[in-house]
Design a protein around this ligand. Structure first.
Ligand code: TAP
Length: 456
């Protein structure tokens, strides 16, 4: 096997560079460096770790444009989204820079002595991320892990390593000690698997597909190693007849076609109360047709290409026998973008039980289904193996609360499609994951509690 792999710009299908493919020995060398570096990192005063993370955040802030341009070329993200993603990484680092000084334990009343708990870092944490949001998802793992005193070895997806590599360089330039944060590029079956089996990697954070995540979890279980899993989704956008239908329809394309639908939180099912179904589709059509698909480097673009030719074929496979209601547009022909991996945003009418109503597509395809009443909406929303995100549109507060309690998803929003805020917990139920990232407690999730009793 070659020791490098070629990166492709998905908007043009042209090669943009070569990146190293690490061997098991190279992973082992990175982990060995991390073990040594972690001891010193954890031994620093908390304020020194906080300062180092703030300095890393400032370095990212100072390179937002460069990181965003890399993401445009490597991942096909529209430039506006890519700038948001790079800024988000800086915000996540700043947020968890507050954690080292707040990881306080407890003093527990006991007879005959003093009892205290300590939050101790695991040691080395392996973070494995997918190609859809290469920077942001990486930061959800590495920022709280570093804050808690761990060293991190990050494996980006083979398709999209460029921003991760740059973040590794920025960490060093910002003064993070050598070895505390390393980026190792290579395949999941070599680098990712070695994180699972290596005895000195004491925790794994995996974001990706449910099938690979299940194998990673099984491997970690054999090693008695904790694992956080952020997996697939088939989130429902539930629209009741009493909702502001104009607002719900105008915002629905952004909730599913953002990042060309390659978003674990994509609201890829729109469930509409039967009495509002026709009106909602009437309102949705112009909103989908206005969705601007094209050159990701262009400021006005809403949606770029899919990540690869093979992923586009997979998504097209879902459409073979679909009842397509309407489509948006996408670049075609022999222009500079003609060879890119384009697919127009597509709205299909589905029946309950259809593949498109239950399986994750991970592309710009949304299935619309009618429902009869509140209980039916909850039943339908829960009719998949997943439980990551979802939206509820209604003007009835009591109904919003009842439905939010009934839907088995980790992240829901009412009259909005917001899913990710670094200061609130994020993660999935059922086959969408295990554990939570982000929010006030994430740094603590990268520690083990030690209890010490002092006899007096
Ligand atoms: P996967 O194929 O599962 O890959 C994810 C990561 O795991 C990649 O870095 C991959 O490396 C690595 N990997 C592959 N095989 C591995 C193995 N045997 N052991 C350890 N690591 C391995 O997913 P994907 O196609 O990149 O991403 C799409 C999926 O991720 C979707 O299902 C999506 O819903 C999910 N996702 C979930 C979330 C959250 S937050 N819940 C966020 C984004 C995406 P290679 O690149 O080398 O294959």
């Amino acid at each position: 096997m070659s020791d490098t792999f070629t990166l492709i710009n998905p908007a043009t299908a042209q090669p943009i560079g070569e990146v190293a493919r690490a061997s098991v020995d190279q992973v082992d060398a990175a982990v060995a460096r991390a073990v040594v570096a972690q001891r010193a990192w954890a031994g620093l005063p908390p304020v020194a770790r906080a300062d180092a993370l703030r300095s890393f955040a400032r370095a990212v802030e100072g390179h937002v444009e460069e990181l965003a341009q890399l993401e445009v070329r490597n991942s096909g993200h529209p430039i506006g989204s890519a700038r948001w993603e790079a800024s988000h990484v800086a915000q996540v680092l700043n947020f968890y820079a507050g954690a080292p000084e707040r990881l306080s334990g407890q003093q527990i009343p006991v007879a005959g002595g003093l009892d205290v708990t300590f939050h101790e870092p695991y040691g080395v944490v392996g973070v494995i991320v997918p190609w859809n949001f290469p920077m942001t998802i990486a930061s959800w793992g590495f920022a709280p892990a570093l804050a808690a005193g761990n060293a991190v070895v990050l494996k980006p997806a083979e398709l999209t390593p460029l921003t991760a590599i740059r973040l590794g360089e920025l960490a060093l330039e910002a003064g993070l000690p050598d070895g505390v944060f390393q980026v190792v590029t290579g395949s999941g079956s070599v680098v990712g698997q070695r994180f699972v089996s290596h005895p000195d990697v004491r925790k794994v954070v995996f974001t990706g597909s449910t099938s690979v995540g299940t194998d990673v979890a099984a491997g970690c279980a054999r090693e008695l190693k904790p694992v956080t899993l952020e997996l697939g989704g088939k989130s429902a956008n539930i629209v009741f007849a009493d909702a502001d239908l104009e607002k719900a329809a105008a915002s629905a394309p952004g909730a599913v076609f953002d990042n060309a639908g390659q978003d674990c939180c994509a609201r890829s099912r729109i469930l509409v109360e039967r009495s509002a179904y026709d009106r909602f589709l009437e309102l949705l059509e112009p909103a989908v047709k206005a969705w601007r698909v094209g050159d990701p480097a262009h400021e006005a673009t809403d949606m770029g290409p899919l990540i690869s030719a093979s992923h586009r074929s997979t998504v097209q496979g879902f459409l073979e026998s679909a009842d397509v209601a309407f489509r948006g547009s996408a670049p075609a022909g022999d222009g500079p973008l003609g060879e890119g991996f384009w697919l127009p945003p597509t709205v299909v009418l589905a029946e309950r039980g259809d593949r498109l109503a239950r399986e994750e597509v991970f592309g710009p395809v949304v299935a619309v289904l009618p429902f009869d009443d509140e209980a039916d909406a909850i039943r339908l929303a829960n009719d998949t193996i997943y439980g990551l995100a979802g939206s509820i549109w209604t003007e009835n507060l009591g109904r919003a609360v009842r439905v939010a309690r009934g839907v088995k998803s980790g992240v829901l929003s009412v009259n909005s499609h917001s899913s990710v805020r670094y200061w609130t917990p994020f993660g999935g139920m059922k086959a969408s994951g295990l554990g939570r990232e982000l929010g006030p407690d994430a740094a603590e999730h990268f520690t083990e509690t030690k209890n010490v009793f002092f006899a007096t």
